[in-house]
Design a protein around this ligand. Structure first.
Ligand SMILES: [Zn+2]
Length: 385
């Protein structure tokens, strides 16, 4: 019975303390061994420190296409959260499984492994792929690395199911999430002689004004009939720091801002417009007074959105498997957009609710895991028919 196996495997997965800041090599070794025992061909990709890894595994025939089940192995921290029981020891209470990652998203990974065990691999008519990644919670860094590697190898599955918690609803879209910190360095001086200095706070303010102008442009670019709420790309200035005193020209300022694009072309437009503004207007003015003045930018995250597509084979397949009547969008970002950019038809569908994720006493309902197992069981029958 795959539900029982799913619970057993989930208990094992929860015991790996895979908070994003720490190495995930142990859980990747566990997953790789597990899949290799079933006959999978595995590819590992690592980050530059060598302490984080993805595994991409394939069962079945060595031909193009196939179905991909994808999940991230990292979890958010438990520090400063008040847990009833040890977050890294799975506990069953009242039809729920408690533990960090039960819902987001080791439950889906456990169900995928139990599904693979129960499958008659010899009978697979198309490849069945698994992608288990690192650093999703810190900006989908692992999946980006994995997708680059797959692209180089020419591996493009037909369909991807990203098992983030959607209460098993079929989600065909989410906005992207692009976060930046932009830093301005000018020249300090006495406030009584503004022309002798370069006021970083004032240049930062002009940069923010440009962002606000773009906000209006973006509203007018919302694709007709799109499902997002609000239906356009949004911009937010999250923090703005700079300067030291009333009577001193501010030599440093920084802005933390983000945009949530509904389409990739919006993100390109924003970044191009700002880059032109910096290169052709702000920097030349700053450097005319002080050649060392600078504007630099840290990319905190650039998570691609999942754009709803009229013809999405993944949506069609998973709607049939789950019996879902409709599809929807969600307000959180996932790895699905990266797979879509690779050319894969992708959707998000997994057990548990996002409202149970990231909090103390995170849990997944056993009933949700059961629904997931049933969906995968139906998938298995199709793939081995
Ligand atoms: Zn997640």
């Amino acid at each position: 019975m795959t539900l029982t196996r799913t619970k057993d495997i989930l208990a094992d997965l929860i015991a790996f303390e895979t908070v994003s800041a720490d190495s995930n090599l142990e859980i990747i070794r566990f997953l790789t061994n597990h899949l290799q025992t079933l006959g999978a061909r595995c590819i590992e990709t690592r980050d530059e420190t060598g302490k984080k890894a993805n595994v991409f595994a394939t069962l079945g025939p060595d031909i193009p296409g196939g179905i991909l089940l994808s999940g991230h192995t990292d979890v958010v921290p438990v520090a400063d959260q008040d847990w009833t029981s040890d977050p890294f020891e799975m506990v069953e209470r009242d039809g729920r499984l408690y533990g960090r990652g039960t819902c987001d998203m080791k439950g889906f990974i456990a169900a995928s492994l139990a599904f693979a065990e129960a499958l008659d691999v010899e009978k697979l008519t198309q490849p069945l792929h698994f992608a288990f990644t690192y650093d999703e919670e810190t900006g989908c860094l692992g999946a980006q690395n994995l997708v680059n590697d797959l692209s180089e190898r020419g591996i493009v599955p037909d369909i991807a199911i990203i098992g983030e918690p959607t209460e098993m609803r079929v989600i065909e879209g989410h906005k992207g999430c692009f976060e930046y910190t932009t830093r301005f360095t000018g020249l300090e001086g006495h406030s009584s002689a503004p022309d002798d200095g370069v006021n970083a706070a004032e240049y930062a303010a002009r940069y923010v004004s440009k962002l606000l102008e773009l906000r209006h442009v973006l509203k007018s670019r919302a694709p007709a009939g799109n499902l997002f709420e609000p239906p356009w790309t949004t911009i937010n200035v999250g923090f703005f720091n700079g300067g030291v005193a009333h009577n001193v020209i501010a030599s440093k300022a920084e802005i933390g801002w983000e945009m949530r694009p509904v389409q990739a072309s919006d993100a390109d437009l924003v970044n191009q417009t700002l880059s032109d503004y910096v290169t052709h207007t702000l920097l030349p003015e700053m450097q005319a007074v002080h050649p060392e003045a600078s504007i630099t930018q840290d990319v905190v995250a650039e998570v691609q959105g999942l754009e709803p597509m009229e013809d999405n084979a993944a949506r069609k397949l998973v709607a049939e498997l789950t019996g879902a009547n409709g599809t929807g969008t969600v307000a959180f970002a996932t790895e699905a957009g990266l797979f879509q950019q690779l050319g894969v038809h992708a959707i998000v569908c997994g057990p548990g609710s996002i409202t149970q994720a990231h909090r103390a006493d995170e849990y997944v309902e056993i009933e949700q895991l059961d629904l997931c197992c049933r969906m995968l069981d139906r998938l298995g029958r199709r793939l081995t028919a």
